[in-house]
Design a protein around this ligand. Sequence first.
Ligand code: DX5
Ligand code: ZN
Length: 234
Amino acid sequence: MIAPSILSADFAHLAAAADAVSRADWLHVDVMDNHFVPNLTLGLPVVKSLHRATDLPLDCHLMIEDPDRWAPGYAEGGAANVTFHAEAASDVVQTARAVRSAGALVGLAVKPGTPLEPYLDVLVEFDTLLIMSVEPGFGGQVFMPEVLDKVRTARRHVNSGHLRLFIEIDGGIGTDTITEAAEAGVDVFVAGSAVYGADDPAAAVEHLRSLARAGMARCEQTIGRARGRAMGEA
Ligand code: DX5
Ligand code: ZN
């Protein structure tokens, strides 16, 4: 799935920005509070208005302190998926359950330097795992390929545990990086500058989707071969 990030769009014309990518899967909405990250964007009133203005499912990425308090409100406000940061939450399980009870999917986000291992056991409480491939806060940064090790770990964990979990990547995704992310096992690709910096955002979404599909097919071949070896096949 491709999730264009409106962080790179014109904030004075958000409804038009959503319309421009109407064939995308999710619309990624970056909520920043100037405390958890050194940038300030938008909050719940804008999310509610955007929900009324588009049919695209809203993928809200909360880069805020105290998500335990604020995350369920985004689910009530119409977000389809509400992702909060592991580093900011006091009780990730309780907050995940509160978001789900409010009717949305729930995601756990980890910054590039945050290990996955402490959270593997709680992933059953989540629908998405967002692996940041830049330091959160700004669009247009350079992709950090080292986070793909976490993607591969998550992919193995999801497949072996039969979890229903989308693995999402966010930061520096474009035509030059999406294929390797897909090969590592990503399902949902956030792209800000690669979509809204393009002359034709809709065409950029389709191009990214085709590159991601090719990478995902190779990821499945790799998994199939590993499974074959594990079962003693040639
Ligand atoms: C960064 C945000 C991203 C951002 C990605 O903190 O979470 O969603 O919009 O922008 P690009 O795709 O330009 O790296
Ligand atoms: Zn984001």
